[in-house]
Design a protein around this ligand. Structure first.
Ligand SMILES: [Zn+2]
Length: 215
């Protein structure tokens, strides 16, 4: 099974080795300028992509750490993982037998891809799948904070999605609109385990009961 991230890394390393080999010949007096350019161009393009994805993951980790209140990490699942994943979950946090959460949240391949697309966009009127991807990050943050109950994690996170979106570069209006879109268009059709009867303005899961705004 092809694993795009691994393939990219292997191709990148092969190009680097080829580049070093040709460079060595060039330095030793050979005439391999064309080969040098032919190897350098794809190597730079792939390296740029690899580095840019890595920088995005670093931003997710920083933004989620702020929500959780301790240093945590966000990882992107590899394509092979997505194919063999028996669950439709978009994100995952492992818990120890004593109920202690791991320090790493894993995002499913498509969730990560959509989140990256949102990060590289102007964030104006994103498609619903990108709205969900941003929210998933806020949802997994609640698990990283120790919440096991899906209904509670979902209710808290939908109230924290706007703040997270803003930390990831959205304007205040864009962030608020994204959170409202999630609550109106996605939350009502979530499985029952994700919806709590206490999740409404003034309910016991309302993080700001004095503030009538929702979420
Ligand atoms: Zn969950």
């Amino acid at each position: 099974m092809a694993d795009v991230l691994t393939v990219r890394l292997v191709v990148l390393l092969s190009l680097a080795v080829g580049f070093a080999w040709v460079l060595a010949h060039q330095v030793l007096g050979g005439r391999h300028r064309a080969a040098l350019v032919a190897l350098a161009v794809p190597a730079l393009a792939l390296g740029w992509q690899e580095g840019s994805d890595w920088l995005l993951r670093a931003q997710y980790s920083a933004a989620v750490s702020e929500q959780v209140g301790r240093p945590v990490r966000v990882d992107c699942q590899r394509l092979t993982g997505a194919w063999v994943d028996p669950t439709a979950e978009l994100g995952f946090v492992r818990f120890g037998p004593d109920g202690t959460p791991d320090d790493v949240a894993r995002l499913e391949y498509d969730a990560c891809r959509r989140l990256n697309a949102w990060m590289r966009s102007d964030r104006q009127d994103p498609p619903l799948e990108q709205v969900v991807a941003v929210h998933v990050l806020a949802h997994e943050a609640e698990h990283l904070a120790g919440e096991l109950n899906e209904g509670v994690a979902e209710c808290r996170s939908l109230q924290r999605t706007a703040a997270l979106a803003e930390r990831l570069g959205a304007s205040r209006d864009q962030a608020q609109e994204l959170a409202v879109t999630y609550v109106r268009q996605v939350y009502p059709s979530m499985p029952e385990a994700y919806r709590s009867p206490a999740c409404h303005p003034g309910g016991s899961l309302d993080l700001a009961p004095d503030d009538p705004a929702w979420p």
